[in-house]
Design a binder for this molecule. Structure first.
Ligand code: CAA
Length: 403
């Protein structure tokens, strides 16, 4: 990451929760003068504390040179009013996912910013297009979807709408490249690429746990054993259960598949205010830097099906990746870049190659037969790959064809 660059322009971030504070830090580390905006002074103080902790940790891990953390922190100022963003070249909105709130923030930004400023949203569950259309110049509105933790994950999804100008896209890509981020281009569709694959997998893991098919430890350990950087239940706590439910609802609204209805346990945890790490408790309980296995919600035990993991959770996710390629929303390379750089997961098409299309199809058919859920029907591409004379070669050719 370009940590000591000087001379970039002025940027703003509205909303300094987990993501907003991380984005402000990323911009400051790229040399930008950043103004962070929150409504309440207490929220600004929390964000400042978060950035202090993160930059100090980055220094301790050698990601920032000694003393660099202080330089980065000095580039960030904290304000309670959007008016302070006048003159910014780029503003990233990262307020909670409430349509009315986002629209009012966009209306203020629209009035305050100069005509050449880029207006970006970090939304993961609302239509970027609808937000753009509510402004006086939708051509300068774009989605920039960062991944948690923003200073760590190298990926940003850049979401263009049917109204975004090429100039805006080029400028945003250039800025993100200057921050050391890799971008993938996404059309405005529920979940974009990464959440479009990740969130169904996380919901399936929550369902698996809720049904008592495995303990938290069994489920998480099985997926870590399959190469994931963390188990799905721990990841749900990191992402935020509220964020997950919001994305699921949008995906259900757009695709109409029952498997995207939030697992009832997820909804209950959100209703109870147990949103994951940010509130100290979700699937696990967090006490400072320690994760405890405090009881929390423990579903009634059933006959363990842990032996079926990780295939039972991973194959439907790989099937979704093939569906995404089949409908031409993303190429295999884009999917691989998205999951490996957004979530540090193995590349899905490498996982598919390791498993082999024939085995993947057999597992998917079993999941489909058990659930009778149309969303779990084997992807046409998976059936075609498995039926090829040499399925492994056919998969190789599919990847090559999109390069
Ligand atoms: N600044 C810079 N680098 C940092 C840092 C910081 N503040 N904090 C940590 N790092 C670096 C560390 O130095 C380390 O780097 P190396 O691998 O080069 O040594 C790396 O990040 C990992 O840090 P740790 O060793 O402290 O932590 P870990 O190994 O336990 O990993 C994790 C923790 C980064 C969270 C990792 O488990 C991970 O990437 N998990 C997946 C998270 C994920 O999937 N995120 C995306 C969720 S989806 C989303 O966010 C979008 C949405 O809309 C829902």
């Amino acid at each position: 990451m370009a940590d000591s660059t000087e001379g970039a322009g002025r940027a703003g971030v509205v909303g300094l929760g987990t993501m907003g504070a991380g984005i402000a830090e990323v911009l400051a580390r790229g040399g930008w003068s950043v103004t962070g905006v929150e409504e309440q002074p207490e929220a600004l103080a929390r964000a400042e504390g978060r950035i202090q902790t993160s930059t100090a940790y980055a220094e301790s891990r050698g990601k920032l040179a000694e003393g660099e953390g202080a330089v980065v922190r000095q580039r960030i100022s904290y304000r309670t009013g959007i008016d302070a963003l006048a003159g910014c070249e780029l503003v990233v909105e990262a307020v909670p996912e409430l349509p009315e709130l986002k629209r009012s923030v966009f209306a203020r930004l629209d009035a305050v910013l100069g005509p050449d400023a880029v207006l970006a949203t970090n939304t993961s569950s609302l239509s970027v297009t609808a937000l753009a259309a509510s402004t006086s110049d939708p051509s300068r509105v774009v989605g920039v979807h960062f991944f948690n933790p923003a200073p760590v994950q190298p990926l940003v999804e850049v979401i263009s709408t049917v109204l975004t100008s090429t100039g805006t896209l080029e400028r945003v890509r250039e800025i993100l490249a200057g921050l050391g981020k890799t971008t993938i281009a996404c059309a405005d569709r529920a979940g974009f690429v990464v959440n479009g694959l990740l969130i169904g997998y996380l919901n399936a893991a929550a369902t698996w746990y809720e049904r008592g098919y495995g303990t938290r430890a069994e489920i998480d350990a099985a997926l870590v054993g399959a190469g994931m950087p963390m188990g799905p239940l721990a990841l749900l706590d990191l992402v935020g259960l509220d964020v997950t439910v919001n994305v699921l609802q949008r995906m259900y609204g757009q695709f109409g598949e029952r498997r995207f209805l939030p697992a009832p346990l997820l909804s209950s945890l959100v209703e109870a205010g147990l949103l994951g790490r940010k509130t100290g408790r979700g699937f696990y309980t967090y006490d400072g830097s320690t994760t405890t296995d405090a009881p929390g919600v423990v579903p009634p035990p059933a006959a363990s099906r842990a032996a079926e993991l990780p295939e039972a959770l991973l194959v439907p996710y790989l099937n979704d990746a093939l569906t995404m390629v089949g409908v031409r929303y993303a190429s295999p390379a884009t999917v691989d870049t998205g999951m490996s750089l957004g979530c540090r997961m193995p590349r899905p098409f490498d996982q598919l190659a390791a498993l082999g299309p024939v085995r993947a199809l057999a597992v998917q058919q079993q999941v489909f037969a058990e659930t009778a859920e149309p969303g779990y029907r084997p992807a046409r591409l998976l059936e075609q790959l498995a039926a090829a004379a040499d399925p492994d070669l056919a998969l190789h050719a599919l990847r090559a064809a999109h390069l």
